[in-house]
Design a protein around this ligand. Structure first.
Ligand code: HEC
Length: 135
């Protein structure tokens, strides 16, 4: 008699668990397994620095450096300038990319020339500065 009652109790408990969805194994979790949208394939953006797309002419860039008075703020031995407001370009040896970025956008005391110079002039002065400093 006692044993039958115990078995009945266990059955009732098991049914209760099943009804609650704990033992039927159909529980789902919210894990994302799919990326929606398009992932970028390139990491460089040159949209706002058009001069990066152009070949600079260092000889033409020398004239830009002089006419824009870059030398009033920068040391550049190739132009014989000794400005001390900005970095000494012979020492910092900037890459063409850095010259294009600074000249186009400016930074702190460095004025932006993106509105006053053409993309070609910026590419030229960048070629001149980086070639003459070995940057
Ligand atoms: C009014 C002064 C001034 C003029 C004019 C000026 N610059 Fe600058 N330039 C600066 C200053 C200041 C910085 C430093 C900006 C910073 O990083 O905070 C700088 C930074 C730079 C840099 C980055 C150097 C480095 O190693 O970080 C380059 C390259 C540069 N200038 C090129 C030029 C060129 C080319 C011109 C002319 C088209 C020019 N600059 C005109 C003041 C000037």
């Amino acid at each position: 008699m006692r044993r039958t009652r115990l078995v009945a109790l266990v059955l009732v408990l098991a049914l209760g668990l099943l009804a609650a969805g704990c033992l039927d194994g159909t529980e789902t979790t919210a894990t994302a397994d799919k990326v929606v949208g398009v992932l970028p394939t390139t990491t460089t953006t040159t949209g706002d620095l058009p001069a990066l797309e152009l070949m600079g002419d260092a000889a033409a860039g020398k004239a830009v450096f002089t006419s824009q008075s870059c030398g009033s703020c920068h040391v550049l031995a190739a132009s014989g300038t000794s400005g001390a407001v900005g970095p000494n370009l012979d020492e910092s040896k900037p890459s063409t990319e850095l010259v294009v970025t600074r000249v186009t956008e400016g930074k702190s005391l460095m004025p932006a020339f993106g509105e006053t110079l053409t993309a070609q002039q910026i590419a030229d002065v960048a070629a001149y500065v980086s070639e003459s400093t070995g940057g």
